[in-house]
Design a protein around this ligand. Structure first.
Ligand code: GLN
Ligand code: ZN
Length: 769
């Protein structure tokens, strides 16, 4: 019999219940017992839901109050002393590591002031994990009541035997880093970490767990030899424990493991691979399995929201069954469903397209149906297979999916559509002739504070409580205010402040054909933060200008240059749920054509500086270097150019990135050919800017002189020091002075104070040079 398996379930609940409870706890509205209770209730509901869906293998320990890697940090007692020293209770210590803690002294406890541990993107997803931060003399110790054991028993009490999931030792260490001041190479800590895993596995077996899922997702990466060498000793140790520990399913996801097949332990009971992302690895993985080993075939996508094409999935699973026999094959989700929204049942406004989607709850049913289809034959799930085929067909042939006019336009793209009319030196001269900017020009990244009034007005407009004309008036008043503030600050290139935008991707999605929106499809991004990505369902086109009205208005009320503000094609793509039926490069190209028209319309409306933000360019980088990464960079750069090069020489194109680690793909950044780049270097080492010098980058750069993620006001002196640090790498005549990102999350008073100091610092250098 072929079993079905879900590798992990989203934690938030149907209505972001976990988010609400944790935030209520943080703000003191509920106590710890109430929060813990919410966790229990959610876990119980999610296990039951999967059980009712018919899933055979259900994960436990996939829940976390903040992040699953942070759970391991605490469970292994790898808590840096700066958190431990306060003697906080376990949950508060956990949150302190996740999000920092600042608390004034009380009668019974001293004041607490500690920043969070580093948070990093989980592979190429938009989920962020808390990075293990390790010491030179790091010791590990298993917590008294390890969470995986506790949650296994909790499910068991509910009558559900789960398969606990833990992050494997090699991944835990490889994803970690030395603490500041320490120099330890995390992987060298393997020997001291393994006993803790052994104890944990033994405890799980004692609690009754028959199998355990050990995630080693780092296997999909290019690994240094030291990390590769860690797999064999680690899994040999586990194998030596024989029946004292549960059977191991060794899980990888988000890519193929063909380049690391030799590292897959021969001793584990099953190997899980992601056959959605990398179906072509199937044969090679099968070939290395020992006679006793099973395959967990990840055929239901854990990263996207599309209904699984059953006929295709069955074909893959059948191949595995032919090679291994039904007893040795499991039908599984490709990864944890953490990256998908809770349930489609919450969506009431999707109309006919609702039938194209499958969220976490529906995916749990899909694995069960697939397992039944291959175990008992297609007749046993005839109705489900027919409905699925009909839905897949409806989507493929829908007029919402296919737009002949868009395809026609794509087929007519010519090589000259990727190039500006002239090279940079000629362009910058033309731009300077009419922009007339001083040395060290000042600007901001686009948004100004999104105040409560703005959100209230937008809500009223969405609910129909105010008319479009009233809303428009309100936005104009906001723009008036933002422009006036900038003039008073004496900034050089102004922005309209983006008050009309709810979100930099959603705003554009709502104005483009080819997108749909959900009401409840939240996905955890980090901690309690969730995002609700729009969904690209069909060919994308722009029915009408999207931003021209606001930018044109803003330009009309000032004599200073006004910068138009757009979200780039890659960011629109990456921060949405993309289609899975056409390549992402095709979707990026469609977005680029729509944005190209917008850029040209802005120029025609008199907006002669246009910024196209691409903060997501880097996260789209394929996980491994080589051909795939180069191919991505090629189409990503092409889409940016297609979007931006349609303008005349005197129109200045800016772009913005929320990071400054360009070292491994600098050629792509240079190839964007943007006249001005603004980046995030305020918290990073100025030495990162050296690459601009080394590569003789000729165009203008605004590295970001202060951190907008904090309400702290930087002094003029501090900003001067920052600029001074940049000058060895960036020529004064190409250096722009700006904050390191948009100001939308800030309050007005701190914004004005910080920008005042920034402008003063720019003027200081202007006088000096
Ligand atoms: N223009 C956007 C803003 O200022 C850029 C945001 C971003 O880089 N994430 O809000
Ligand atoms: Zn940014």
């Amino acid at each position: 019999m072929v079993q079905s398996s879900v590798l992990g379930f989203p934690r938030m609940g149907a209505n972001r219940d976990l988010k609400k409870a944790t935030e209520a706890y943080w703000s003191g509205k509920i106590d710890q017992a109430a929060l813990i209770k919410t966790g229990q209730t959610l876990r119980a509901a999610h296990w039951k839901l999967q059980k009712d869906a018919g899933a055979d293998i259900i994960a436990s320990n996939d829940f976390a109050f903040y992040d699953q890697v942070l759970d391991h940090i605490q469970m292994f007692n790898a808590v840096p002393e700066r958190y431990r020293k306060y003697g906080l209770n376990a949950l508060d210590e956990y949150f302190a590591m996740g999000r920092g803690l600042q608390r004034p002294a009380t009668k019974t406890s001293p004041d607490v002031d500690v920043t969070a541990l580093e948070m990093v993107k989980w592979f190429d997803s938009n989920y962020h994990y808390v990075r293990p931060t390790l010491q030179d003399d790091q010791k590990f110790e298993l917590s008294a009541e390890p969470k995986p054991v506790r949650e296994f028993l909790e499910a068991k009490a509910q009558g559900i035997t789960t398969r606990p999931v833990i992050l494997g030792p090699v991944s835990f260490l490889h994803l970690g880093k030395p603490d500041r001041g320490a120099s330890v190479d995390p992987i060298t800590l393997l020997d001291s970490l393994l006993p803790v895993y052994e104890q944990l596995l033994i405890k799980l077996a004692e609690a009754g767990a028959e199998s355990v899922q050990i995630d080693e997702p780092v296997l999909v990466l290019d690994l240094p030899q030291k990390t590769k060498d860690a797999f064999a000793p680690a899994y040999a140790k586990f194998a030596a424990l024989g029946s004292k520990i549960p059977q191991i399913t060794f899980a990888t996801y988000f890519g193929d493991i063909v380049h690391n097949l030799a590292l897959v332990p021969k001793t584990v009971a099953a190997v899980h691979v992601d056959l959605v992302r990398a179906p072509e690895q199937l044969e090679q993985v099968i070939a290395i399995l020992g006679a006793e080993q099973s395959l967990s075939a990840g055929v239901v996508n854990g990263r996207n929201i599309w209904k699984t094409d059953f006929s295709k999935a069955i074909e893959i699973v059948q191949k595995a069954i032919q090679a291994l026999g039904a007893e040795r094959v499991v039908v599984a989700t490709s990864s944890s469903l953490l990256h998908t929204p809770h349930t489609l049942a919450s969506e009431k406004n999707l109309g006919e397209v609702a039938d194209w989607f499958s969220f976490a709850a529906e995916k749990a049913k899909e694995v069960a149906i697939l397992a039944k289809a291959v175990t008992s034959g297609p007749e046993s799930v005839k109705a489900e297979l027919e409905a699925n085929a009909a839905s897949i067909k409806a989507r493929a042939t829908s007029s919402r999916t296919n737009d002949a006019a868009v395809k026609e336009r794509q087929s007519k793209i010519t090589p000259d559509m990727y190039n500006r009319k002239s090279a940079f030196p000629e362009r910058i001269a033309a731009q300077q002739a009419h922009l007339n900017l001083p040395l060290f020009p000042t600007t901001t990244i686009g948004s100004f504070p999104q105040t409560k009034e703005i959100r209230v007005a937008r809500q009223k407009f969405t609910k129909g409580e105010i008319t479009a004309a009233e809303y428009e008036k309100f936005i104009e008043k906001e723009i008036d205010y933002v422009v006036k503030q900038q003039e008073e600050l004496d900034l050089d290139v102004l922005v309209h402040g983006e008050p009309e935008r709810n979100d930099m991707v959603q705003y554009f999605g709502e104005r483009l054909n080819g997108y749909v929106f959900t009401t409840h499809a939240w996905v955890q991004s980090y901690g309690s933060r969730c995002v609700r990505p729009p969904i690209i369902v069909g060919d994308i086109s722009r029915p009408a200008p999207m931003t021209v009205k606001e930018s044109k208005y803003a330009a009309s009320i000032t004599s200073r240059p006004m910068k138009g503000m757009l979200t780039g094609p890659i960011t629109c793509l990456r921060w949405s749920f993309p289609r899975d039926d056409v390549h992402q490069s095709v979707q990026a190209e469609q977005l680029a054509l729509a944005l190209r028209d917008e850029v040209i319309d802005l120029e025609a409306a008199g907006v002669k500086v246009i910024q196209v933000d691409e903060p997501a360019l880097r996260e789209g980088l394929p996980l491994r270097s080589g051909a795939e990464r180069e191919a991505y960079l090629k189409w990503a750069v092409e889409s940016f150019r297609l979007a931006t090069v349609g303008v005349n020489n005197e129109t200045q194109i800016h772009s913005h990135f929320c990071y400054s680690e360009f070292q491994d793909f600098f050629h792509a950044i240079a190839a964007l050919d943007a006249d001005v780049l603004s980046i995030e270097n305020s918290k990073s080492d100025s030495k990162l800017l050296k690459v601009f010098e080394d590569e003789a980058y000729p165009r203008h750069i605004g590295p970001g002189v202060y951190d907008i993620h904090s309400p702290r006001i930087p002094s003029e002196e501090e900003i001067r020091v920052r600029i001074e640090e940049m000058l060895p790498y960036i020529k004064p005549e190409t250096l722009w002075i700006d904050p390191d990102c948009g100001l939308k999350t800030r309050q007005w008073p701190e914004t004005i104070a910080a920008l005042k100091n920034m402008v003063a610092a720019a003027k200081y250098f202007r006088a000096k040079y």
